[in-house]
Write a protein that binds this ligand. Structure first.
Ligand code: HEL
Length: 406
């Protein structure tokens, strides 16, 4: 239950506004001071996730003042073990950002091109030669998301696939058995199929499994000791949180969904990580440690995903515009038993990773999203907030991409 302030500065970042030996000349440019994180607000958001059905929740923030963490509730309902900010968990679609980084590195190496047809690399895979690599990364291919039908009925859908091992081709075939949702390039429509095809492209271009490419291009260079691509092994090794899935039927007991192959997602969602590694990943990404400036520009060039003008998507990357005007980049994840948020500011100076060990409970996910406002916008002076602002960004449902699953 304790808020831990770790004095060591995160990743060697100099504190903004720290005392300087030489006074600044009046004309010196001023560095805008980032608001201190509102850890009480973060704690309130985690408590709200728990009040909405999550057994536990946690967050880890890094910024100019150091690292601050909060862990509440339990990571194991049977043993009663407390939630732990070092625990590993399934990060779901935050994996898409990992896949996107690998693919964009391959573009930089001249092995793939963003505006080339997928079929020129994987002949005959898709029924439309107009679908490009960029359409996949921006969710504008029109390829149906086979997981909508797969998980239409939550627990039976999950139990039917939790131990299954799919080939990429089988997943693409599931998508192609459904009508396409849009003409290529015309509209944003989130689909796991896009990132399954991204995985196929990575394997085709490199001749190696995606697990190896994540390892050599991201995990090893950043020293992410708690991060791995795990498929089809079903266990989460080491210290981890157990995940608890809410059935659709109200009042039905939670289903322990920790062990699964995640074969239905693979390169769209099979990475396991922990908060510190997610902070390191999003920070490194924004600071240009993983991509060239050209590729990072491409990745962070976004279009809106809804009509609120606060949510955007780039290349395997979300941008959320918070109520204080701060923009944060990263991804969200929903995999049975786990909700995740992993975001950083564009300069990489501040980052937040938050997790609740439950899913199929939109209110818990929305509440967890409240950690972003608190962490990046800091404390809000009550009288200064207008009524619409006070209702806040996070009055919006968290699963805007998934209306059929609320
Ligand atoms: S959905 C999302 C999230 N993404 C997409 C991906 C991921 N996760 C999935 O596709 C999992 C779908 C089933 C999840 C399951 C539950 O809540 O555990 N729900 C049901 O079975 C409902 N019937 C767009 C939300 C993202 O944030 O990007 O992760």
């Amino acid at each position: 239950m304790s808020v831990t302030l770790i004095a060591a500065l995160a990743a060697g970042i100099a504190p903004v506004g720290a005392a300087s030996a030489t006074p600044l000349a009046p004309s010196a440019p001023t560095v805008p001071t980032a608001p201190a994180p509102d850890m009480e607000g973060v704690t309130a958001a985690l408590n709200a996730a728990m009040a909405n059905g999550s057994p536990g929740a946690m967050a880890r923030y890094t910024g100019p003042g150091g690292v601050q963490t909060q862990a509440l509730g339990v990571r194991d309902r049977v043993s009663g073990a407390a939630m732990d900010t070092q625990a590993r968990f399934r990060i779901g679609s935050v994996s898409k950002t990992f896949s996107s980084v690998v693919l964009l590195q391959l573009v930089d190496e001249g092995r793939l091109e963003l505006d080339t047809a997928v079929n020129s690399y994987l002949p005959g895979l898709l029924p439309d030669d107009r679908i490009t690599v960029r359409h996949l990364l921006t969710h504008r291919s029109g390829l149906a998301d086979y997981t909508n039908a797969m998980f239409n009925h939550t627990v039976p859908g999950f139990e039917a696939v939790r131990n299954r091992v799919f080939s990429y081709q089988e997943l693409v075939d599931l998508s192609l058995s459904e009508p396409r949702t849009t003409e290529p390039g015309v509209a944003y429509k989130y689909s796991n199929t896009n990132f399954v095809v991204v995985g196929m492209l990575i394997e085709k271009a490199t001749g190696r499994p995606v697990a190896k490419e994540y390892q050599r291009r991201i995990i090893k260079p950043l020293g992410l000791r708690n991060t791995s691509y795990v498929h089809p092994e079903t266990r989460i090794k080491g210290l981890h949180a157990r995940g608890y899935l809410h059935p659709d039927e109200s009042g039905a007991p939670l289903v322990d969904s920790t062990e699964q192959t995640v074969s239905w997602a693979q390169s769209a969602g099979a990475v396991i990580s922990n908060p510190a590694d997610l902070n390191t990943f999003t920070t490194a990404l924004m600071r240009g440690r993983l991509l060239s400036p050209r590729m990072l520009d491409a990745m962070t060039t976004v279009t809106p995903t809804d009509t609120t003008n606060t949510r955007f998507y780039g290349l395997g990357l979300r941008r959320y515009d918070l109520s204080c005007g701060t923009q944060v980049y990263g991804h969200t994840g929903t995999v049975q038993g786990f909700y995740t948020y992993a975001f950083a500011t564009r300069d990489g100076r501040r980052s937040l990773a938050a997790m609740a060990n439950t899913s199929n409970r939109g209110a818990a996910n929305t509440a967890l999203g409240g950690t972003l406002e608190a962490a990046f916008c800091g404390k809000k002076p009550a009288p200064a907030i207008s009524a619409p602002m006070a209702r806040g960004f996070w009055a919006l449902p968290a699963e805007e991409d998934l209306p059929e699953r609320r």
